[in-house]
Write a protein that binds this ligand. Structure first.
Ligand code: TRP
Length: 449
């Protein structure tokens, strides 16, 4: 089964990339790590690490037309490269444990917005409302389970075509709604301070952890390093220009993140909030921006509705990796695989939901200062995805004959992309792996940037 056209390829891939990463994670990490300098490192990571690895994954997927593990087995039979795929299956679970929790908050906020709960919102009540939502303890778990039931049902039906259609119509709407939000946020009193925060590059704020986090975010954002883009590449059409798809997806995705940042930071500064407020940043600011607008309540509900859809399509692509593995490699039926995966994610994911905040039920259970929620995120984004990415860049750069790469990337010689292939080959062989290694060594203190 393939995507139906070039446009469908683009929207389906964008549907995987755009999600809570843009709207929730990107702003809160940029806020936590001090703005401009973090943003600059993030852009460099997208360009020199994200884009080449995305192309590499597309290449592997489309050439072999298999799931992540099967693709690596087919590409390099009898070698250990297949473990990249298995690592990806593990990373997918770790991400889902906390992603399903945050998606639950979004579903919950949608309900609250429909209910008119944010009508008389103030800065203080925005904080207490978020606190109540995450503290539960029962309601955030129930919402997380609802999220997983939705995801598992869609996956069990195996509706690839449905995903293209949904993203094609709803993604542009989300885009427009964020722009409306931007216009309001940018005209709030004191908004310019937020712009300043976002764009002023101050390298003194840049720690080793900030650099590693920016790199991890680039992987997380573009759904890289764990086989999602291999799996999607395996559904691409034969005549798709992989270079242009990768460039368009990376650019659009970064644009959505920037627009989200331009809605959130002016609001943060205008209301005198803390940019480093952490995972609640989105949930405390967005209701405030919309409360300042005519039809604010309806627009707010629409915003959370579209964010819920974006989060859901991103999760479908995340869980597609283990589902494809269990069905294609282990012979499980799609239905069984969907149910079992949702159960496993739900049971362990509850640990994330109960450890979001220090005052949560499991808030005291920490290992080296981090609770479950933070560890699931840290191990996946900052370790497994970049390590997976490093291995993919080495595989594509050194493990594949240059002619083979040329043949596939030029669509059997039908595209005139020689220069692009040469640039790509150089970057994926030397620049990407070198940057990844330097960032890793810097983060464990062996070298000092
Ligand atoms: N990119 C998505 C987001 O930003 C999350 C996501 C979907 C993902 N599939 C992935 C992250 C695969 C890492 C790997 O919300």
């Amino acid at each position: 089964e393939k995507f139906s056209s070039g446009l469908a390829v683009f929207f389906a891939t964008l549907g995987s990339a755009v999600g809570l990463g843009n709207i929730w994670k990107f702003p809160y990490l940029t806020g936590e790590f001090g703005g401009g300098a973090f943003l600059l490192i993030y852009f460099l990571c997208i360009l020199f690490v994200g884009l080449p690895i995305m192309l590499g994954e597309f290449y592997i997927g489309r050439k072999t037309r298999k799931n992540a593990v099967g693709a690596l087995k087919a590409l390099k039979p009898g070698t250990s490269w297949k473990y990249i795929g298995l690592m990806g299956v593990v990373a997918s679970y770790l991400i889902m444990f906390f992603y399903s929790c945050v998606a639950g908050w979004v579903y919950f906020y949608l309900c609250k917005a429909l209910n008119g709960d944010f009508a008389a919102i103030t800065m203080e009540s925005a904080k207490t409302q978020f606190g109540d939502v995450i503290m539960g303890p029962l309601s955030p778990i129930v919402w997380q389970i609802i999220v997983l039931i939705v995801v598992a049902s869609i996956l069990a039906m195996g509706v690839k075509k449905g995903i293209e259609k949904i993203t094609k119509t709803l993604m542009p709407l989300l885009f427009i709604l964020i722009i409306i939000c931007d216009i309001r946020a940018l005209t709030l009193p004191g908004a310019s301070e937020g712009i300043h925060f976002l764009f002023q590059v101050d390298f003194s704020k840049l720690t080793a952890t900030a650099i590693l986090t920016a790199m991890g975010l680039a992987f997380f954002k573009l759904s890289l390093g764990m086989g999602t883009m291999m799996t999607y590449g395996s559904y691409f059409t034969e005549d798709n220009n992989l270079f242009s798809t990768a460039a368009k997806v990376a650019l659009s995705d970064t644009l959505v993140s920037m627009l989200a940042g331009l809605a959130i930071f002016p609001t943060v500064f205008s209301f005198g909030m803390e940019p480093g407020a952490g995972p609640g940043l989105l949930f405390m600011t967005i209701p405030l921006v919309f409360s300042q607008m005519p039809f604010g309540n309806i627009l707010l509900a629409a915003f959370f509705f579209l964010t819920a859809i974006a989060a859901t399509t991103a999760m479908l692509s995340l869980v597609e990796v283990p589902i494809a593995y269990w069905t294609e490699e282990k012979g499980l039926s799609r239905k069984k695989a969907a149910i079992i995966n949702a159960l496993v994610i739900g049971i362990i994911g509850i640990l994330a939901t109960l450890s979001v905040d220090k005052s949560s039920l499991l808030g005291d259970v920490t290992f080296w200062g981090k609770g479950f929620f933070d560890w699931f995120d840290y191990i996946s984004s900052n370790i497994l995805l970049p390590v997976g990415g490093l291995l993919i860049s080495l595989l594509v750069g050194y493990g594949i004959k240059r002619e083979d790469l040329h043949y596939e990337l030029s669509n059997q010689g039908t595209l005139q992309v020689n220069t692009l292939i040469n640039v790509f080959y150089f970057i994926v062989r030397y620049v990407t792996p070198a940057l990844l290694v330097v960032v890793f060594l810097n983060s464990i203190g062996i070298i000092k940037l």
